[in-house]
Design a protein around this ligand. Structure first.
Ligand code: UDP
Length: 253
């Protein structure tokens, strides 16, 4: 499969359709060793231009899916043919369907340890996932508030669970750096994805933007309205667009 890997601000992005991305994912599940799926949006691309470790691990990823409307605009400005964004949360849903169909298991790592005494976000997300995909095997869960000293035990727990797939919700770049650090230590896990706040959405502790916002690529606006404290993070979007225009102008000279 041709990934059509193309740099935006020097950070590689796979300019592929959702369907092709899924075929690549299925290939990763069959191949030995641990592969990472990364889902960069404009903010992550800007961060990667300032964080060599993040840039290097994106480059190594088995699949780099464009998660964000900013990347679609950027690809148009730069003359590439990225027609659609693939949101991490939708891709995760497709992955869960695949895991159910193939009898493979998932481990959920990350998000808050307790939701009003009802269990962790990861446990509540696991219940909701099983409701949607009754045959899905959730091999284990662990919350995302742990120190470095606990990491080895968590990796051991993931290995003991024999999970085929790992879903990490620690926020970016923490989730990607965690997977990269332990990629050689995972014994049965073939593939992992960083999903940011997706477990919160599955657990029902955070509402996903209504369809109107999703359809028009305005999820960022909805999240801002709900959580104005995200403003400094969101300012990366105009920074990203200005840098992309500068990249195009440099190329045209
Ligand atoms: N989180 C975590 N451990 C940490 C920091 C964050 O488990 O040390 C979780 C947090 O509870 C949330 C997710 O990571 O569920 C990150 O959410 P955010 O909204 O930052 O992600 P985004 O979707 O914007 O990338």
């Amino acid at each position: 499969m041709n990934l059509n890997r193309t740099p935006i601000l020097g950070i590689p992005i796979d300019m592929i359709t959702k369907e092709d991305a899924f075929a690549v994912f299925e290939g990763l599940m069959e191949r030995p060793g641990f592969d990472m799926i990364v889902t960069p949006n404009s903010e992550i691309v800007v961060n990667a231009t300032e964080d060599a470790q993040l840039a290097a691990l994106i480059e190594k990823a088995g699949l780099i899916i464009p998660d964000g409307i900013g990347l679609v605009y950027a690809s148009k400005i730069l003359g590439h043919d990225l027609s659609e964004r693939i949101t991490g949360i939708d891709f995760l849903t497709e992955i869960l369907g695949y895991l159910e169909r193939t009898g493979k298991s998932v481990y959920l790592l990350g998000s808050k340890p307790d939701v009003e005494g009802r269990g962790s976000v990861a446990e509540l997300a696991a219940n909701a996932m099983r409701e949607r995909f009754p045959g899905l095997i959730v091999a284990g869960t662990h919350h995302g508030y742990f120190g470095q000293d606990d990491e080895a035990a968590i990796v051991e727990e993931i290995n003991a669970s024999r999970a085929d797939f790992l879903c990490v919700a620690l926020g970016s770049p923490k989730q990607e750096k965690f997977m990269d650090k332990y990629r050689d230590a995972f014994t049965s896990t073939r593939c992992g994805i960083g999903v940011g706040g997706s477990l919160d959405v599955w657990a029902g502790t955070v509402q996903r933007a209504p369809e109107f916002y999703q359809k028009h690529g305005l999820e960022w606006l909805y999240r801002f309205i709900k959580q104005p404290s995200r403003l400094p993070r969101m300012m990366k979007l105009p920074v990203f667009m200005l840098k992309v225009i500068a990249q195009k102008n440099r190329r045209n000279k």
